[in-house]
Design a protein around this ligand. Structure first.
Ligand code: UGA
Length: 437
């Protein structure tokens, strides 16, 4: 099929590449000239495992191109809306400017029978409004809401082999002709047995926000337990292992630590609260305010623990911060808990050095005053305390003995609870985890 993908960020670039991998003819459209130029050379504009290889492979095939001109969408049969919906400045609500602009411009290039599939995370009620914008320009085109559940760091695999597809169709009509069109796009995964659920627009929009809210709640739940563990001397990782064995609870997303960040969970729960307020259902989501508050407290806790670890004073202490990305296998630093803690430590007088295998360029753009050091050994050299804040494999596998020979004082704060405390203590380190004795 001929497909256009509008918005080539973390979601759209991967989606475009994966659709071409499935055999479709794809054009990715983005207003950012730099991004389009890089993608056109077969290079990913951000770090995502497997994406560079996929882009290089597809460059040869001629099935994938990128442009800044929306007119390239004319002649495509399916159009995916993948632009960002960031948090509005100074407000909790989502900023829909990019979605609105993309759909308004695209509408002028639609032909009868075209299907527009919305993937951006939007407040409930947006699809219905956008469907009217489309109908006003091209009444014979259809809008489906087709939320995306990919995780950064696993984006290619999640797109090619998703858990499920969700199609939001007007009035939840399963026989809507656009359903067959989207089925054709996703034929490979559907024939491999991936389930698809058809529902109305508001339900499809809510599936996405509800899923992210649940994940955020699960993380904040275990971080709240970490706070209680800290007050009682209990170990939150053992607690998570034990409760996670109950299938109804499950062990995934029960890793206590410095908390969640990124371009999705934090802003999505806030936008959800804002939207519920507009709908008069704010009471239903007041718990998300607590989820957010617990999460933000973790960042302060890291600073407090570091101060304790350094004998009560941060001033002049050399702190090696391992990790800048909001999670491993990504160079995304949006609302990164690691960088937020690093910046707070620096403000309180610590001499901070941040290292990360992929995210330092992005980190330097957001926090130009924070010293960055690409070389791990150099970052560790003469440190008074080491903070593991993003659990990249190379940090999880650090050898406590050789690391000790580099630092000034063998003190480690394991912000993700991924190191073996016994091993580090045996090597002579003062070890602190979050919610661990
Ligand atoms: C999240 C969802 O997991 C995806 O399903 C969704 O599609 C995506 O948002 C989106 O809305 O686009 P992502 O932001 O890539 O994906 O990251 P996650 O893997 O969910 O991690 C989010 C944060 O939670 C990270 O900072 C991570 O370190 C933290 N986390 C995760 C924990 O602190 N503890 C855990 O147990 C798990």
């Amino acid at each position: 099929m001929r497909i256009s993908v509008i918005g080539c960020g973390y979601l759209g670039a991967v989606h475009a590449a994966c659709m071409a991998k499935l055999g479709h003819d794809v054009v990715g459209i983005d207003v950012d000239h730099g991004k389009v130029a890089r993608l056109s050379e077969g290079k990913a504009p951000f770090y995502e495992p497997e994406l560079d290889a996929l882009l290089t492979e597809l460059e040869e095939s001629g099935r994938l191109s990128f442009t800044t001109g929306m007119e390239a969408a004319g002649g495509c049969e399916v159009h995916f809306i993948c632009v960002g919906t960031p948090q509005k400045r100074g407000e909790n609500a989502a900023d829909l400017r990019f979605v609105d602009a993309a759909v308004a411009e695209l509408a002028g290039f639609l032909s009868p029978g075209d299907v527009v599939a919305g993937k951006s995370t939007v407040p409930v009620g947006t699809a219905e409004r956008l469907a009217e914008v489309i109908a006003a320009r091209q009444p014979a085109a259809a809008l489906l809401w087709n939320p995306e559940f990919l995780r950064e760091g696993h984006a290619v695999d999640d797109t090619l082999r998703p858990d499920r597809f969700v199609y939001g169709v007007p009035d939840g009509n399963e026989d809507h002709p656009a359903v067959a069109v989207l089925d054709e796009v996703y034929r490979t995964a559907l024939s491999a047995g991936t389930l698809r659920l058809i529902m109305d627009y508001p339900t499809a929009e809510l599936v996405k926000t509800a899923a992210n809210s649940f994940l955020a709640t699960k993380i904040s739940f275990i971080n709240a337990m970490a706070e209680v563990c800290e007050a009682t001397g209990a170990d939150v990782t053992r607690l998570a292992d034990a409760i996670g064995m109950d299938e109804r609870i499950g062990r995934k997303f029960l890793n206590a630590g410095i908390g969640f960040g990124g371009g999705c969970l934090p802003k999505d729960i806030r936008a959800f609260m804002a939207r519920a307020g507009e709908l008069g259902a704010d009471q239903a989501l007041t718990f998300l305010r607590e989820v957010d508050a617990i999460n933000m407290r973790r960042r302060t806790r890291v600073v407090e623990l570091t101060r304790e670890l350094c004998g009560g004073i941060l001033l002049g202490q050399r702190i090696a911060v391992l990790g800048a990305a909001f999670k491993p296998e990504s160079d995304d630093v949006r609302d990164s808990p690691a960088l937020s803690a690093a910046a707070q430590l620096q403000l309180q007088g610590a001499v901070v050095t941040v290292t990360d295998p992929q995210a330092l360029d992005n980190a330097a753009k957001r926090f130009p005053e924070l010293p960055m050091e690409p070389d791990l050994e150099t970052a560790l050299t003469r440190a008074d305390a080491v903070l593991l804040l993003t659990e990249w494999k190379l940090y999880r596998e650090l050898d406590p003995y050789s690391t000790k020979s580099l630092v000034s004082s063998a003190r480690v704060l394991d912000g993700r609870n991924v190191l073996d405390p016994a091993k580090w203590r045996a090597a002579g380190w003062t070890y602190r985890g979050l919610g661990r004795p």
